[in-house]
Every structure is written in C-alpha cells, then in structure tokens.
Design a protein around this ligand. Structure first.
Ligand SMILES: Cc1cc2nc3c(=O)[nH]c(=O)nc-3n(C[C@H](O)[C@H](O)[C@H](O)COP(=O)(O)O)c2cc1C
Ligand code: SF4
Length: 693
C-alpha cells in the first residue's frame, strides 16, 4: 500500500498536448550501447516502463550528419533508415503507459565529426570542446547554415514522430547542445541578430521551437533542456541569465528541463554532491513560467521527491542514475516498498560505459544493459536448478549479491564471513572521506538477505579446505576478496620495488583499519582509480604533510571516466596536498623515496617519513586453490561445483564484484560453468545488418 505522503508523486500532469501518468521522469541518459546495441538499449528502456516511470527518454540522439560525437556511442536519427530501430525503442518505452521521449542533440562546438568528416558548425568559430582537446575547429554558421539547421530540426522532428515518440527534448545543457551554444556569450560572439543581447541569443531557440510546433506540435510535446549555470564566470550562461531567459520565453516549450551547466556538475558523484544538490539553482524558476518544470539531483528518497513537488520547486522528478540503479523505483514507492529501493550510490560507474565506448554497468544494478543481452530482469529471476544449496564464503559485494540473488532463486544459502562484520571492502571503504553513500551496496543487500528465510549468516567463520569438505554443501562460491599489496607491484613495478623495509610503508588496508602514517607522507598511486586520491585526502585531514606521486598525467587518472577527476584534483589542492604528476617511485630509501620522471627517467629524492603504496591488489584465493587441489574428494563430500568470483578471482571496481555475484547466482545449475566453459558466447550480441541501397 502506498504511503499517502507520496500521493503527490502519482498525480497525472499535462505536458503540452499529452499527459504523464505520474511525476517520475527518466531524463535522457546514455548507456554505452546506443546505435551499436539498439536492442539492448530498447530493452533497458522497456524495463523502466515496467518499473513505473511516467516519462522515459532516450539518450542524446544525433540528429544530423554535420554533428556527431564519435567516439562516443549515442543514438542516431540521420535518415529514414534510422526510424525502425528507434521505433523499437519508443514501443518498449510505451508498453506500460509511459510517455516516450527522444532527445535531439545538435552538438555544434562539442562535435568533432570524426566519423562523417563534415566540418563542424557552431554559432562562433572556436575549437571543438570535448574531453580530448581534439585538434578541430568549428566554422561559424552564416544565415543560410542557420536556415538549414532549422530545417534539419524539423526533419528530425518529423522522423521522431514517425518513430513513435511522444516528446522531443531539445538539448541545450551540459555545454553539449547547440541551444546552449547560442545562449552563452562564451560560445556565441556573433554581431548579427543571433548574438549580443539575450533576446538575440534566444532567437535561434525561439525559431526552432516555432518551426517544430508547426511540424509536429499538435500531437507531440516539446521540452527544452537548459543549462542552470555554465559555471565559467561572467562570460558564461549564468543562473541569473537562465532565469531571465525563461522569463523572457516563458511559454516557449511545453516543459522546462533544468540541468546544471557542465556534465561533471550535473552528474556530480556522491563524493562531491549531496542528493538534491541543484535545488538552490532551480528554486523559483517554476514561478517564471506557466509550464511544468523537471529537475535532477540524484533523487533516491521519496520524501525528498515529494517535498520538491509539494513546495513547488519541481513538477517532475528527473532521474538518470536513480532510474539506472533501480528501474522499479516508482513501482516500489507505489507499492509501499520503500525499503526495497536499490539506491544509487553516486559512484558514476554507469558513465564509464559511455566514456569507454563499451557498454554501461551499474554498481547497484548488475542487470543494467543486460536485460536483452543476457535476459536479466532486475526484479525477476529463474527458480533454482537441480541442486539445492550453496555455501558462499565471503560477504563483500560479490558474496552479498550472490547470496541475495541465490536466495531469490530458492537455494538454501549459508554465508560465511571470516571477520566479525559483513560487507567486506565496502564496510571498510564506506568510512573513507566522501564514500559513505557507497555503504548502500551492503546496506541494501544485508536488508534484503535479512528478509529471506533461506539464508543463514555466519560471522567470525574463517573456513579451511577440510571444513568446507566436511560441511556437505553442494555448491561452493568463493568470494574471499583481495588485499592491497605491500610490495609496490602494479604497473611501474611488475616485481617488488627495491628498498622495501627502509622506509615505513603502509597499504590502503592499513589506513582503512586505523594504522595511519604521520609527518611527511608520500602517497604513491600506481592504481589510478579513486583510492590514491581518497587516501591523500585522509592523510591530509589527519595532519600529515602529503605529497601524491603518480606516473600518470592526472591525479586519479581513471576517474576521468567517472567525471570526478577535476573535483578530486581541486579537493586535494585545496587540502594542501602537493601533487607530483608523470613521476614514478623507483625505490624506497631511509630518507624518503627515489622518484623518476615518467618520460626521461631523471631521478630525484622526495624526502618523507612514510610512504603509502597504492599499488595493485592480491586475490585471497588460497582456499579456492586448496579446494581445486582436492577435486578427487568432491564427490564424496557431496560437492558439485566450486567457483571463485569477484575480487578473489581478479580484483576490480565494486561494480565488477556485484556483477560477478549476480552472474554466479543466475548461472548456477545452467551448465554455463562446466570445465570446458567458453566455446559459446555468454551473451546475445547484435550485429547491425548490412543494408544495400
Ligand atoms: C550515464 C549517464 C549518461 C547521461 N547521458 C545524458 C544524455 O545523453 N543527455 C543528457 O541530457 N543528459 C545526460 N546525462 C545527464 C542526466 O540526464 C542527468 O541530468 C544527470 O545525471 C543528473 O541526474 P541524476 O542525478 O538523476 O543522475 C547522463 C547521465 C548519466 C549518469
Ligand atoms: S553506477 Fe553508481 S552512480 Fe551509476 S546508477 Fe549505479 S550506483 Fe548510481
């Protein structure tokens, strides 16, 4: 039963000529699959429809050949041939009464056009702005280019209609969409009627909306996604100017979609942004127009959502990441199952699928983008196979997810944990600066497991080979995690680094269990994800004089894929951490570390009282190999299978561990994991057909 506090979230609301069934609005988000994996992307949107979202959008859809953002993989609507694929997606979106939206993106100054080789067009001739400083510039549009672009928008609108969409979102946020490029004085330095005053800078948006209304406005709703604050100082499109723009053009679109000016700010990770972080930028905008307003802010709490609507800040609750972590969020609120919501942890791993052009993952929802490829449903799982029980050893993210999903399949599960507390690495890492929300990975799973009668939990149970053989479980799932290496082995050093023992050295595990360095500390980061930066912050907070040394060109290099890198560097610089890039550590010495230039190998000494080695991790796999060595005894012990999963198999991010746990549970007793595994592909793959003109 739904709590009446949340009734307001289920009130229908008009958007132009259409009505959304509730206030849950899945804002556009990409998924790393896009035009390469259209069936996977369509199935993912279909699951959101089933989960109760009132409005569901595509990711950004490139609408014309003169503007594309290769290498990133989004959707394309360049010609009629693109329509059938997109129709598949709109049909999936509309299966449960949701409105289906398409976001049309003309990327202007943000599109290098590597694939089409067309010259990029923008309001003003400036270098293309992407993540990679591409050596390409855009040509300034003349009046005929603008006329053409207006027509291309109309063409795209007509095709969107034919493809079955109800809404069109015009993209003008995150620095990516042409509407922002026209609105901002930074990217629009024109001296004609499209530049200068705000009224002139708004002209293009007004013209496009008018054109599109004429073409499709009687049946489709038009929304405009605008940047709340470009955050680049006086020249940029500021929050004050957005308000002026909306007041000046109050009734322009059928809905105002408000999103912060840069993608990094808008999809801010939990390490740097709280839930509803954009509230102050959004507040009051709704009063400037009679049109409904949607806003975002990693909303996972129905109380916060209801407050946003009740207090008149937003009409629709926009969600990207919360809808990825739990596509059934609206359904769970509706059914009064608040505690079953799988809350987004704000880690931004979902964004890495797009940034690496692979396919997205979600730490909390391992089924994300596997709905079609593997047939995984986030809320449904097949009943158990032939065997009846499983001993899961280790309660980190892999073990917890395996136990949760196995119990849903109906297996009797024993979860053995060597330590006194459950959660493994998550229990330790959640205590680090900025990572408390990551604790949701274990909180959600422990709660779910606690509701299941068929899971027995055994803390303080370090198991050896003999004990496992004696217990008589049919399936053994080894999820014993990993530990940080103390010998510096990672990328720079493939064998232990010289000088170990000459300087007090600490591992991340030491710091996480309270053994802290003091004085002048070198944090050597050859891991390159978040841990080095987080520990530098921890040591600085503890009063150490910290120097972060890394062979990479960026602090926490890989976090460029999670959009955190800039914020991490800024936070460390503000905390007084000295940052030394492109520099390795060749050896430890009694007075510090010997450092080398990553390019010239020039050596120097960085004086220090201690070093923190953020290198690689070693799997805790002794139990697994011990069991494998006793293969001949399995039958007598009643054992049918022994598997190793997660960090115990190969250390990786937490998302890799929850995926491994989920996969184990899904595939147990399905024959996938025989000794001769691997002859067939483990997921469905889409190969786009060769079309002949
Ligand atoms: C994986 C991912 C992909 C995104 N892709 C788009 C996109 O294609 N178009 C867009 O306007 N915003 C995109 N965004 C931004 C979201 O629409 C949203 O504004 C932002 O993530 C904040 O909402 P949230 O806190 O609910 O995630 C993306 C966000 C994520 C997490
Ligand atoms: S990957 Fe992380 S940030 Fe993205 S939806 Fe999942 S939990 Fe949230």
């Amino acid at each position: 039963m739904r709590d009446p506090r949340y009734d307001i979230l289920f009130q229908p609301m008009a958007i132009g000529p259409l009505t959304a069934k509730n206030r849950f609005y899945q804002v556009p988000h990409c998924n790393g699959g896009g035009y390469r994996d259209p069936s996977a992307a369509a199935a993912m949107r279909g699951i959101k429809a089933e989960g109760g979202w009132g409005v569901i959008f595509t990711e950004q859809t490139e609408m014309h050949q003169t503007s594309e953002i290769t290498p990133f993989i989004e959707l394309r609507l360049w010609e009629d041939k693109d329509i059938p694929g997109l129709r598949k997606m709109s049909e999936a979106m509309k299966t449960h009464g949701a409105l289906a939206g398409i976001q049309l993106a003309y990327s202007g100054i943000n599109g290098p056009n590597f694939y089409t080789k067309e010259v990029p067009l923008a309001p003003t001739a400036l270098p293309i702005r992407t993540f990679t400083n591409d050596p390409v510039q855009a040509r300034a549009m003349d009046k005929s280019d603008i006329r053409n672009l207006r027509r291309w928008f109309v063409n795209a609108a007509k095709r969107s209609k034919l493809a079955g969409f109800d809404l069109i979102c015009l993209y003008g946020a995150h620095g990516f969409g042409i509407f922002q490029h026209f609105l901002s004085r930074a990217t629009n330095q024109r001296s004609d009627e499209y530049g200068g005053s705000l009224e002139n800078r708004s002209r293009f948006a007004r013209e496009v909306v008018a054109d599109m209304r004429d073409a499709v406005g009687d049946t489709m709703a038009l929304t405009m996604r605008v940047s709340l604050d470009e955050s680049i100082g006086d020249l940029g499109f500021s929050n004050a100017e957005v308000r002026e723009f909306i007041e000046m053009n109050a009734d322009l679109p059928d809905l105002w979609d408000l999103a912060q000016g840069t993608w990094e700010d808008c999809s801010g990770p939990s390490r740097f942004k709280e839930e509803a972080a954009q509230e102050v930028l959004v507040k009051g905008i709704r009063e400037l127009s009679s049109k409904p307003v949607v806003g975002v802010g990693r909303f996972t709490s129905p109380d916060v959502m209801a407050r946003m609507v009740r207090q008149g800040t937003l009409d629709f609750i926009g969600c990207a990441r919360p809808s990825i972590a739990d596509p059934f969020l609206p359904k769970k609120v509706e059914e009064g199952r608040i505690e079953d919501i799988r809350e987004c942890i704000g880690c931004n791993i979902c964004i890495t699928g797009d940034m690496t052009m692979s396919i997205s993952r979600c730490t909390q929802n391992p089924t994300f983008m596997e709905e079609w490829r593997k047939g995984w449903h986030p809320e449904k799982i097949a009943a158990r196979g032939e065997s009846e029980n499983v001993l899961v050893i280790g309660s980190g993210p892999a073990g917890l997810e395996a136990a949760r999903a196995l119990s849903l399949r109906g297996y009797d599960v024993a979860l053995a944990e060597a330590g006194d507390a459950f959660g493994g690495r998550v229990a330790r890492e959640r205590l680090l600066p900025g990572l408390s929300a990551w604790g949701r990975v274990m909180d959600y799973r422990l709660y779910q497991i606690g509701q299941r009668p068929n899971v027995q939990m055994y803390p303080g149970s370090e198991l050896g080979v003999e004990e496992v053989l004696d217990f008589g479980f049919q399936n053994i799932c080894v999820a014993t995690g990993s530990q940080w290496r103390a010998d510096g082995v990672a990328r720079q050093h493939v064998v232990p680094m010289p000088g170990l023992g000459s300087l007090p050295a600490f591992t991340p595990d030491d710091l996480m269990t309270g053994r802290m360095p003091a004085g002048r500390v070198v944090v050597y980061d050859d891991d390159h994800y978040y841990m080095g930066g987080v520990l530098a912050e921890l040591c600085a907070k503890a009063g150490c004089e910290v120097t972060l040394v890394t062979p990479a060109a960026f602090v926490s290099d890989w976090t460029r894929n999670t959009l955190e890198q800039g914020a991490i560097h800024r936070r460390l610089a503000e905390a007084g951490v000295k940052i030394v890039l492109n520099t390795g550590v060749t050896a430890l010495r009694a007075d510090g570390v010997e450092a080398n230039c990553a390019y010239t190998d020039a050596r120097r000494v960085i004086e220090a009282d201690a070093v923190v080695l953020v290198a690689s991790r070693a799997s805790n796999d002794a139990l697994y190999h011990g069991l494998k060595a006793r293969r001949a005894d399995w039958a007598d012990a009643g054992i049918r299978s022994v598997q190793i999963i997660g960090d115990a198999a190969a250390p990786g991010p937490i998302a890799w561990a929850t995926y491994a746990g989920h996969r184990y549970a899904r595939e147990l007793d399905t024959g996938v994991w025989g000794e001769d595994w691997g002859d067939t592909l483990s997921f469905r793959r889409e190969i786009t057909e060769l079309a002949v003109d």
